[in-house]
Design a protein around this ligand. Structure first.
Ligand SMILES: *[C@@H]1O[C@H](CO)[C@@H](O)[C@H](O)[C@H]1NC(C)=O
Ligand SMILES: *[C@@H]1O[C@H](CO)[C@@H](O)[C@H](O)[C@H]1NC(C)=O
Ligand SMILES: *[C@@H]1O[C@H](CO)[C@@H](O)[C@H](O)[C@H]1NC(C)=O
Ligand SMILES: *[C@@H]1O[C@H](CO)[C@@H](O)[C@H](O)[C@H]1NC(C)=O
Ligand SMILES: *[C@@H]1O[C@H](CO)[C@@H](O)[C@H](O)[C@H]1NC(C)=O
Ligand SMILES: *[C@@H]1O[C@H](CO)[C@@H](O)[C@H](O)[C@H]1NC(C)=O
Length: 235
């Protein structure tokens, strides 16, 4: 009796669990059915948060910002917000209690979004700046992302950012300049790269060349050996 009673309940739990898991799965792939930000005007919300935070900053601390994100009309804001979240969490970890709380007040609203995307950012490089320069654009990045997501969800019933989970970078401005100009200009950075391309190729070439040399020189070697034998045999 007890078991029979329990079956429908465990079934419901099972279905709920399944629903929950599929929900997790969908946001794991960076696909959203709902805007994961709570305000109707996120730019405004984060402007006020940043304003609060700034009151606790004693100095314009040095901070670094991404410098080589590949421009992408679709993914850019996702990447920016991911990097903002990462940086804020790092700043929180090296701050005093009050400042830490202010940083977390901002990240708590981003975390649920970012967690789902599991973004890979190993190609990103940074340039040094100060915390004001870093914080000022934050509300606009978050606000833009939230607005775009809302539009996508309205239009297509989901915001699918699954092709944004690996951040794309552009080459350094230095190499970029070089490639932009001409092939006649060689940067020192290109030479080792070219050498490493040539290395395996030369090795591969070496095998047929040495075979060819061995075959071609066989008569010569035979002649030489015969000559030697001839000299060695006593007259
Ligand atoms: C959201 O807030 C910002 C800053 O206060 C403002 O410039 C913008 O017009 C607002 N957007 C909407 C849709 O209300
Ligand atoms: C977090 O920010 C909101 C405003 O966005 C503010 O009302 C709240 O007091 C802040 N919480 C803390 C712990 O500072
Ligand atoms: C992802 O897909 C969108 C179109 O849905 C495209 O505009 C964007 O460039 C793509 N981004 C990457 C990094 O593949
Ligand atoms: C912060 O950095 C920006 C540019 O990186 C610079 O223009 C500004 O003067 C700096 N502010 C301070 C207080 O150092
Ligand atoms: C790249 O080239 C442009 C113009 O050709 C120049 O203004 C810029 O300073 C160069 N950047 C670097 C890093 O050399
Ligand atoms: C290389 O640069 C010269 C001028 O500096 C230009 O006339 C030529 O078209 C360029 N070649 C290529 C392949 O871009």
């Amino acid at each position: 009796m007890i078991w029979r009673h329990a079956t429908p309940e465990s079934f419901v739990v099972f279905v709920l669990l399944l629903l929950f898991l599929t929900q997790c799965e969908s946001s794991k792939n960076c696909v959203f059915q709902h805007v994961p930000f709570e305000s109707t005007n996120n730019t405004q919300l984060f402007l006020s948060k940043i304003k609060d935070l700034k009151q606790y900053l004693l100095l314009n601390y040095p901070v670094d910002m991404p410098s080589n994100l590949k421009p992408d009309g679709f993914c850019q804001e996702v990447w920016e917000v991911h990097l903002i979240n990462k940086k804020l969490k790092h700043l929180a970890s090296v701050s005093g209690i009050m400042l830490e709380r202010m940083f977390f007040n901002i990240t708590t609203h981003i975390v649920s979004f970012i967690k789902g995307c599991n973004i890979e950012d190993s190609c990103v490089r940074f340039v040094g700046t100060n915390i004001t320069q870093f914080l000022n654009p934050v509300p606009y990045h978050i606000g833009n992302l939230a607005d775009k997501m809302e539009k996508l969800i309205e239009l297509k019933e989901s915001a699918d950012y699954s092709n944004c989970t690996i951040i794309q970078c552009q080459p350094d401005s230095f190499t970029e300049n070089v490639t932009q100009t001409n092939d006649t200009v060689h940067s020192p950075e290109q030479t080792p790269l070219q050498r490493s391309h040539w290395g395996p190729f030369l090795l591969l070439l070496l095998i047929p060349i040495s075979c060819f040399l061995l075959i071609m020189t066989r008569p010569l070697r035979n002649l030489f050996q015969r000559l030697q034998r001839f000299q060695e045999t006593p007259v």
